[in-house]
Structures are given as structure tokens and as C-alpha cells.
Design a protein around this ligand. Structure first.
Ligand code: HEC
Length: 120
């Protein structure tokens, strides 16, 4: 009887490890993909970035000259955040910052991220 109980325990342990291997590996890959994500370097369209900053009311929270307001100053944001961190903040938002994913195009978010990353 004891032998069969132990056999059952081992089988369960085996199944559990297979389950863990199958279902944790993909999420690890996803995390690596996320970390490897890079905002492509392009020519910056400063005019379009500035238009967007006012149209989307970024300046309403971050100040007319990006000097800060209800949201943090962005006039030297390139010295503290990478273009990827800026991109993710604009896409996802959080802590009072609205997310803009789906509201403005990815190209626009890339342009504005590159534009802001230049501010040092
Ligand atoms: C409703 C007000 C509001 C609007 C509109 C807004 N933001 Fe923000 N933003 C915030 C707040 C608040 C934070 C701080 C979030 C935090 O501390 O995590 C923030 C953070 C950020 C950051 C990171 C700053 C840092 O020092 O970590 C960036 C970059 C940024 N916003 C860009 C933008 C852009 C670009 C737009 C327009 C497309 C925009 N924001 C619109 C309120 C706003």
C-alpha cells in the first residue's frame, strides 16, 4: 500500500514539473521579448511631436514648456529615462498618467518618445 502511495506522489510530482516547464517557459520568453524591445531610431519630426503634445493635452499636465505641473517635468526627461521607458510610460500610463495605447498611433508614440529622449 505504502509503495503505491509513494508511486502516486512521484507521478504527481512528475506531472507538476512538466506542467511548470510547459507553462512558465513561454512567459519567460515574453519577459525577454519585452526587455529586448527597442524603440527604432528615426528622423525626429519635432513639429509633429510638439503638435501632439498640445493636441493630446500632455502640456496640460506636464506644463506648456514641459516644465512640469500636475505631472513631472519632461524638459530634461532624456537624462533620466531611456526612449524605451518613455515609450512604455506613454503607452501604458499609470500613477495619474493616462495610457495612450490605441489613442495615438504607434508611429506617433515612437516620434514623441525620440523627441523627448533628446531633451537632456
Ligand atoms: C492627466 C494628466 C497627464 C496627461 C494628460 C499626460 N500625463 Fe504624462 N504623466 C502624468 C503623471 C501624473 C505622471 C507621473 C506618473 C508616475 O509618477 O509614474 C506622468 C509621467 C509621464 C512620463 C514619465 C516621467 C517621469 O519622470 O517618470 C512621461 C514621459 C510622460 N508622462 C509623457 C506624457 C506625454 C507624452 C503625454 C501626452 C501624450 C502625457 N504624458 C500626458 C500626467 C499626465
Amino acid at each position: 500500500m505504502y509503495k503505491w502511495t509513494m508511486f502516486g506522489v512521484f507521478c504527481l510530482a512528475g506531472l507538476l514539473s512538466i506542467y511548470l516547464i510547459l507553462f512558465t517557459l513561454p512567459s519567460k520568453e515574453e519577459a525577454e521579448q519585452e526587455a529586448a524591445f527597442e524603440v527604432p531610431v528615426r528622423d525626429i519630426d519635432a513639429g509633429a511631436a510638439e503638435t501632439l503634445l498640445s493636441q493630446q493635452n500632455c502640456i496640460g499636465c506636464h506644463g506648456g514648456n514641459l516644465e512640469g505641473g500636475m505631472g513631472p517635468a519632461l524638459d530634461k526627461i532624456g537624462s533620466t529615462l531611456t526612449k524605451e521607458q518613455i515609450y512604455r510610460t506613454i503607452m501604458n500610463g499609470g500613477n495619474g498618467m493616462p495610457g495612450f495605447e490605441g489613442k495615438i498611433s504607434e508611429d506617433e508614440v515612437i516620434n514623441i518618445s525620440l523627441y523627448l529622449a533628446e531633451k537632456k
